[in-house]
Write a protein that binds this ligand. Structure first.
Ligand code: BTN
Length: 331
């Protein structure tokens, strides 16, 4: 999908939250009424909630607080020269962006790069799923982290990333926010955020982790029916619009700290904290394997490398991250 700059200019104009008549917009853009309708359709393709009400005009239902590199940097509490921030209006996927940078060998070794987008045309979730989020309605970003360790020493990484997200979101006093193993961020058992980590590199190191994070802030009406799981967003949970720039700045600082600690000590130093966030700790669950087989047990923590532990009829067993689905027998 190419970036329609005119559609973005229209979005900026509509962001004042006022009705704009199609005639006045056509005059402003020096184009036909049909072209304005075309731009509206284009915005709807980005899942922007624009409505056209006869007699009133065009209205943007939920104005967007734009991502702003200067503001994000203001909320970053580490030396910001260590991070390179790239903002995109529209991109296919922030994870894909780094995958191709790695392929082309164009990453700067001593910098941690972050790519953030207002909208992704090919947002990817775990296990081949699609990650959907309307333009400006969430945080969609990836951080590319270089580890001296090899690929096989990074188990538990996705759980540690979950900790960084939990710490930041809980600092906004959001109730009932938890992690579902391995790394689904839930609020009242509805998905609020997800993590997709893709690792590239050598067995003995160095290796690169592309850590993609999607957080729902203000899901548009048009996107909710397209998400095929129970989802929620920060604005419904808090009843307020939390500043995306602030959350991103704080999150990058927290990620920077936890990733450095993880590089040094591994997952074990985070284990206790992670277990305290697990929504299913002590609950009876079914683990469902890719071949359809399931095992039932009571969740009893995680191992030092992030595998989930279950008390089963055959004793305590641990299961490693893979395509395992975990279903609570209650929720
Ligand atoms: C999940 O399925 O729970 C993981 C979702 C991860 C989505 C994020 S959004 C930013 C980054 N770019 C992508 O294409 N995916 C991740």
């Amino acid at each position: 999908m190419y970036v329609n700059l005119r559609a973005l200019r229209l979005l900026i104009l509509l962001n004042d939250g006022m009705y704009h008549s199609v005639n006045s917009l056509a005059k402003y853009f020096r184009c036909s009424l049909a072209s304005i309708y075309f731009l509206v359709i284009q915005l709807q393709k980005y899942n922007v909630d624009v409505v056209n009400i006869d007699g009133y005009g065009i209205l943007l239902n939920k104005p967007i607080v734009w991502l702003d590199a200067e503001l994000i940097t203001r909320y970053i509490s580490i030396e910001s020269e260590k991070l390179e921030l790239r903002l995109f209006d529209i991109i296919d996927s922030t994870n894909n962006y780094f995958l191709s940078q790695l392929k082309r060998n164009t990453l700067i070794k001593d910098l941690t790069s972050v790519a953030v987008a207002e909208f992704q045309t090919n947002g990817r979730g775990r296990e081949g799923r699609i990650w959907r989020c309307g333009f400006g309605n969430g945080l969609l970003f990836s951080i590319c982290w270089r580890f001296e360790k090899g690929v096989s020493n990074l188990s538990g990484l996705s759980l540690v990333v979950g900790i960084a997200i939990l710490r930041v979101l809980r600092s906004y006093a959001i109730q009932n926010i938890n992690i579902k193993w391995p790394n689904d961020i839930l609020c009242n058992f509805h998905k609020l955020a997800g993590i997709l980590i893709e690792i590239r590199g050598e067995v003995c190191g160095p290796s690169y982790a592309i850590i993609g994070i999607g957080i729902n802030f203000n899901l548009s009406k048009s996107i909710i029916p397209l998400i095929n799981q129970r989802a929620t967003d920060l604005s419904s949970v808090t009843g307020d619009l939390i500043n995306r720039n602030q959350v991103l700045g704080r999150l990058l600082s927290e990620l920077y700290n936890v990733l450095n600690e993880f590089a040094y000590y591994g997952f074990s130093s985070f284990k206790k904290e992670w277990i305290s966030y697990h929504s299913y700790e002590g609950c009876e669950v079914d683990l469902i394997f890719p071949n359809g087989l399931a095992i039932t047990g009571i969740v009893d923590g995680v191992t030092d490398d992030g595998a989930i532990c279950l008390l089963t009829l055959e004793g305590k067993k641990s299961f490693n991250i893979g395509n395992i689905a975990i279903r609570s027998r209650i929720h």
